[in-house]
Design a protein around this ligand. Sequence first.
Ligand code: CP
Length: 324
Amino acid sequence: MSAAIGFGKDLIGLEHLTAEQIRTILDVAEPFKEVSERAIKKVPALRGKTIVNLFFEPSTRTRVSFEFAEKRLSADTVNIAAMGSSVVKGETLVDTARNLEAMRIDMVVIRHSSSGAARFLAERIPSNVINAGDGQHEHPTQALLDLLTVRDRLGRIEGVRVCIAGDILHSRVARSNIWGLLKLGAEVAVCGPPTLVPPGIHELGVCVFRRLEEAIEWADVLNVLRLQLERMEAGYIPSLREYNRHFGITSARLGRAPRDILILHPGPMNRGVEIDSDVADGPHSVILHQVTNGVAVRMAVLYLLAGGAPERAEAAKRGTGDES
Ligand code: CP
């Protein structure tokens, strides 16, 4: 990222970012929020840059959000999905990327089912690489938009009690959130069935609740994770009904909370499994606010990676030509 704030060339995860770097991304996202509210949603900050969105796993929010962010910054974009590309003929990830580079690209946004794929690529190509979710490792822009949403709604992150609830074991969102929240001074807990909470997770500095009722009593924010049904063949839970009965976020459970709890969910949701519809659509839910913030956060990441100075983000938003 921008040399001005000491980032490297890529955004692979939040584990190795400092609190100052994370705060800078959130601060740069602030002026970019307004661009999406205009009739003409475009500023010239990334004019002339070419960005490839390489999605080897399904995605709705992240893929579309990156594409909107790129287009709103005036970058030229190309979307590549595994299906329909030469990956299905056996081409490797690096060969795919090198062929794209031969056409002179500047950045790659990658989602991949293998943990470590983003770093693997970043070490082999000169373009900036942004991790849009790699296996069970990290999903940094999701955590950044979650942080921005908590900061918007509660006015701070430091000292806020955030419980990440559900399938922690398979979740790259959980890992990125834990790193980001702890660095910014939040108190962090996780809650889920023992089979879906990695042993030793407390060593990261989080506490573990076994019962959702305890977590609800403690938390200011619940970040509810999707039960990753596609990864559940190994029988981590007895049944979806059983899961909902013990770990589903219901309005009855939230009604017993000692305070209003902010409800986040990265999506896609399994309604009636990890979260009931009246909670997902209810007054404490900020799920769509998260999605809106996703575009601004991704604009900030792209702008900084392209060498934009944090203090010029306001000018970049105005499109005055004084943004670099
Ligand atoms: N939150 C998230 O990563 O959603 P998608 O899988 O739809 O991108």
